[in-house]
Design a protein around this ligand. Structure first.
Ligand code: HEM
Length: 431
């Protein structure tokens, strides 16, 4: 009943010479990056990515339904692209989607932080930045601790068995981010459904239907919902992040309706599935590596390092994209103006040249220069919040955990963007 996300501790990388040789071609290896289902089989995925890093670290990918792109799989190349943010822009294609979804997004005029470049990006990011500063995080510490305790209590009430994803992992970060935005608690279930439909739209179990129209409908539903809240926040400002966005001014003007809605949507979606996937994937890794779990329980001072390793290990944001503003070269490969590049964070975080023994889950790993939060000007705005949620949850759970094991098969969601475990059945005993 193991879902392997790499070799067991102490083993060398499971990507053997034989498995590399049995991979069909570089072309086929690169195509896994545009196939949501490939992310449900981590062994196959990592074999393909290791082959790309070794043989074609910047590989051209041409698959039906998608516009072509270059797959960038080495840690150093990804940093180089993200450093050169004038040459490699976020606009117009920050995320890998089908050509039909790309066109629909452009037609709807959706522009979030991840679609923007400087100088506009800097100004718009500054609107919410204070909410995620170290000072703001410190102020939220007690509240997040209380919530973590509430969810561990809930595990105890569940009587020793649960699907950790649906009963704990998806709810705790949703509760945090919706409370921060100022969404009424009675609407949290609706937001849970909408954020999952938006970011998990490649997975049969999570999406509304197979069509990109339905993804757009989920987005329109979210916009419709927030339109009503915006009017309320503008009439009566509150001390919530949502109200800050609703009442923000740039050069004296409020944000347009579409920009305001896009801002809520990016915070709601970015702040939710990412963290819940990390918490679930982290617990799974600690179940599979009991000696690491014992070490962490014995020494809670290791929680910050363990949190960082969990985020590297899980890498819930699989990739982001950039587009070349002019003709250039990357790693000796000519890139034409207008070409898009997919930055595979999943691959970079297992890059043998960036990490010692990258397939080893090591809660003491230091340094740990993973790129799970991206790098450069678009570095995750909520990184501090995500770290705090994961750390507080571990700090609450571990001292109360007497035993834990799998109670069924963990299952990963099909996605090329954000995701991780969609089921983690566990059996446990808590004090
Ligand atoms: C951007 C990862 C949690 C808000 C990003 C990016 C990544 C990322 C990879 C984009 C970098 C790029 O452009 O390449 C993660 C991971 C998380 C997490 C792994 C959890 C473990 C959060 C949370 C929030 C958040 C809790 C809270 C609101 C954002 C926002 C952006 C962003 C607003 C856009 C920043 C910009 O474009 O300037 N995140 N994120 N994220 N994240 Fe997170």
């Amino acid at each position: 009943m193991r879902l392997r996300s790499g070799p067991m501790q102490g083993e060398k990388c499971h990507v053997t010479k034989e498995s590399l040789m049995s991979m069909p071609t570089i072309d086929d290896a690169a195509k896994v990056l545009a196939d949501p289902n490939s992310y449900t089989d981590e062994t196959g995925l990592h074999a393909a990515l290791a082959r790309l890093r070794a043989k074609a670290p910047i590989a051209r990918v041409e698959v039906p339904d998608y516009r072509p792109f270059w797959a960038v799989t080495k840690h150093a190349d990804i940093l180089a692209v993200e450093r050169a943010n004038r040459l490699f822009t976020n606009w117009p294609r920050p995320v890998l989607m089908t050509a039909a979804s790309d066109d629909m997004g452009a037609a709807a005029g959706i522009r979030t932080l991840i679609h923007m470049d400087d100088p506009q990006h800097r100004v718009v990011r500054a609107i919410a930045a204070d909410w995620f500063s170290p000072k703001a995080m410190k102020a939220m510490g007690d509240r997040i601790e209380q919530l973590a305790k509430q969810y561990v209590d809930r595990m105890r009430e569940a009587g020793g068995e649960c699907d950790f994803v649906s009963e704990v992992a998806v709810n705790f970060p949703l509760y945090v981010i919706m409370s921060l935005l100022g969404v009424p608690e009675s609407d949290f279930p609706r937001m849970l459904k909408l954020t999952q439909e938006l970011v998990g739209n490649d997975d049969d179990e999570l999406r509304r239907s197979a069509s990109s129209d339905e993804t757009m409908n989920a987005l329109l539903d979210m916009f419709g919902y927030f339109q009503h809240l915006t009017a309320t926040w503008r009439e009566t400002p509150t001390g919530d992040l949502g109200s800050t966005i609703a009442n923000a001014r740039i050069d004296g003007e409020p944000l347009s309706d579409i920009d305001t809605m896009s801002y809520y949507a990016i915070i709601a979606t970015a702040g939710h599935d990412t963290t819940s996937s990390s918490i679930a994937g982290g617990l799974h890794a600690l179940i599979e590596h009991p000696e690491q779990r014992e070490m962490l329980s014995a020494d809670p001072d290791l929680i910050p390092l363990a949190t960082e390793e969990i985020i590297r290990w899980v890498t819930p944001v699989k990739a982001f994209m950039r587009t070349a503003a002019e003709d250039t070269t990357l790693g000796g490969v000519p890139i034409a103006a207008g070409d898009s590049l997919l930055l595979s964070y999943v691959s970079a975080n297992r890059d043998e040249e960036a990490f010692t023994d990258p397939f080893r889950f090591d809660i003491e790993r230091e340094p740990n220069k993973h790129v799970a939060f991206g790098f450069g000007v678009h570095f995750c705005l909520g990184a501090g919040l995500a770290r705090m949620e994961i750390s507080k949850f571990l700090a609450e759970l571990l001292p109360r955990l007497k035993s834990i094991e799998l109670n069924g098969e963990p299952r990963l969601s099909a996605t090329t963007f954000v995701g991780g475990l969609k089921h983690l059945p566990i059996r446990y005993s808590l004090i």
